[in-house]
Design a protein around this ligand. Sequence first.
Ligand SMILES: [Fe+2]
Ligand SMILES: [Fe+2]
Length: 343
Amino acid sequence: MTTQATTPPGSPVASPALPTARGPLSESGLAVLAGSGTRLPATDEVRRSDPYGDDLQLLLYVLYELHYRGFAGVDERLEWDPALLGVRAAAEDVFLDALRRDAGPGGQDVAGAVDALQLEPVGDDGHGVSHHLRREGELWQLREYAAVRSLYHLKEADPHLWVVPRLRGRAKAAMVAVEFDEFGAGRAENVHAQLFADLMTDLGLDARYGHYVDAAPAQALATVNLMSLFGLHRRLRGALVGHFATVEITSSPGSRRLAEALRRVGAGPAAQRFYDEHVEADAVHEQVVRHEVIAGLLEDEPALAADVVLGIESTGHLEHLLGDHLLAAWRAGRSALRTPLPS
Ligand SMILES: [Fe+2]
Ligand SMILES: [Fe+2]
């Protein structure tokens, strides 16, 4: 092990601490990362695990994080450690097989899958989390929602950037145009991840990167792992574009509901700004993604249509699992987190 330069724990670039294990796979993976263990999970142990369960999802999450901000005290060279990459590949196979089996009917009809994303329920009938929060969400539920979403929003748009070198022409130009907005269009204070950190501070949450990993249920880890899985593999570039399209197309109406919910509970201006910003920006992004990113990609590589559909369906599938988990807990009057937030 090399000695690493250490960054003070409170600094904005500090890496988070390693999370707590949730089962045998994550326990041995975390011990190897911490330098206190040498035995990695065997491939057949990984294959037998629940694809959506806490143990496998946490293992994947920590292995993917080596490509983002890493963890305090973990050797940065482990990002490309062949043995860890082997374990990650086995875990990815389990996850991806489950998604191909469960996410939806599949097929090649990208236009149909995109149209389905644009269908909004009429009137007050929506069943999803943002509908619930807009209608009757309480402040404690909005705080839990923000804590869960912080795993992605504090690195918003980063996983989608992996795809850029794998695109060309219209798809590449349009993808980068949207990402430019996500990264603040040249202004650090407007980076969407920063706007989300401001929202968290407004809600009295800890805005440090990775702070709520231990609190997050497996369903939340899975939504973040999905982007890393698609982003880090060139062979899944079509699925990454499908994921990106789903995020951008569903964001504008969902953000409108969340902005309304935050206003209703009296959250501060920074909390509202994150979602207000997405109502407008994503109405434009939606068009660019549909007509330039997806259309450009499929013009170049029509054989990727099934993968774009896989990306769209997998995103919807995991969002449903997370939504069901959150709503079941909240309707029963209990926390949806593994460890409730201090009030
Ligand atoms: Fe954004
Ligand atoms: Fe966007």
